[in-house]
Design a protein around this ligand. Structure first.
Ligand SMILES: Nc1ncnc2c1ncn2[C@@H]1O[C@H](COP(=O)(O)OP(=O)(O)OP(=O)(O)O)[C@@H](O)[C@H]1O
Ligand SMILES: [Mg+2]
Length: 315
């Protein structure tokens, strides 16, 4: 699906002569490679999540309550393997059920499981929390004081928030994994990939120059659609964009902000655009941030919703 290609992008890209001599080393990761990929010590292994040596059939199957809840609700039948551990969460692959994925109960799904916020390090947490409304005063106080209650409340707020954003973007038609359910620290969603493996991130997909240009068009288009809903991703780069069957799929939303609730929204949008341009630089194409941000606004205004912000002057 080409988005108005041969137009703004052709004019704005600077030719990169080094690209031909510098092929991308990253190829499609095998599942095994994914399983062996980064494994920070905080991650919880599949083995640890499955309670061992269960004698009591009534005892929970999983040590994580969110995972256990999703299992008890029959939203997945089996925990298959660990896909990837990030800074804040580990993503696992599970087998769907009739209830969670009626089209194909044998399908694979992804579960993103957050670590406890005591050990979380989300970049500049306060920046993102600005403008996030915590209406319950008792909860707000507990969060501010970082009491145990506050920490678990905050964890759940983060997960709910990510799920809410995922859901809203899916409704809007932005290509994101289809959300299925959330419980505790876990989010259950569509697995982007197939039985042979997960979709690679753009950063590691080994894209040709032509594919990278197409991916950039789509990435910018998606950012514009997200802005049309009055939202900003907050960590938009080739590391949070997957490449699946010629399409860019956007993931990872815990730091999304809303235009009318966060006074730093403009800065965060500009930072997203710079991050996108910088990381596309590693793929051998060098879009100019000023051109990209103009295009993002154009796309947002071409697809207005009642939340679409007014463009701000850049002079
Ligand atoms: N629905 C999905 N389908 C396929 N792969 C996924 C899915 N969700 C996440 N992944 C993979 O898991 C990785 C980590 O997911 P995500 O970016 O949401 O978590 P994170 O904790 O923010 O990780 P990081 O710190 O690496 O950004 C992604 O880079 C991607 O490779
Ligand atoms: Mg990520």
């Amino acid at each position: 699906m080409l988005h108005n290609s041969q137009s703004w992008l052709d004019d704005e890209l600077e030719a990169d002569s080094s690209f031909e001599e510098d092929p991308q080393p990253q190829q499609y990761f095998s599942l095994r490679a994914h399983r062996l990929a980064r494994k920070p010590p905080r991650r919880r292994s599949v083995k640890k999540l499955l309670e061992e040596g269960l004698k009591d059939p009534k005892a929970p199957k999983f040590s994580d309550p969110g995972l256990q809840e999703l299992y008890e609700k029959q939203l997945f039948s089996e925990l298959l393997w660990e896909l990837r551990s990030g800074k804040e969460a580990t993503v696992y692959v599970v087998r769907a059920t009739e209830k969670s994925w009626p089209d194909n109960p044998e399908a694979l799904l992804a579960v993103k499981l957050y670590v406890d916020s005591r050990v979380r390090s989300l970049k500049n947490d306060a920046l993102y929390r600005q403008g996030r409304l915590v209406s319950d005063q008792r909860m707000k106080k507990a969060i501010d004081q970082r009491s145990d209650y506050g920490i678990s409340a905050q964890n759940i707020l983060w997960v709910e928030e990510e799920y809410r954003q995922l859901h809203a973007l899916h409704q809007l038609g932005v290509p994101v994994p289809r959300p299925v359910a959330h419980a505790g620290n876990a989010i259950l969603m569509e697995f982007v990939g197939d039985e042979d493996g997960p979709a690679p991130r753009l950063s590691e997909a080994g894209l040709s120059r032509e594919e990278a240009q197409e991916a950039l068009e789509q990435a910018v288009h998606n950012l514009g659609l997200i802005l049309s809903a009055g939202k900003i991703h907050g960590d938009y780069s080739t590391f949070n964009l997957l490449w699946h069957e010629g399409r860019v799929v956007v993931i990872d939303f815990p730091q999304m902000v809303e235009w009318d609730k966060n006074p730093l929204a403009m800065e965060i949008l500009e930072r997203d655009v710079r991050g996108l341009c910088r990381t596309f630089g590693h793929l051998g194409i060098h879009p100019k941030p000023e051109a990209v941000i103009r295009r993002v606004w154009q796309i947002a205004h071409a697809n207005p919703t009642r939340y679409t912000p007014m463009e701000v002057s850049y002079l």
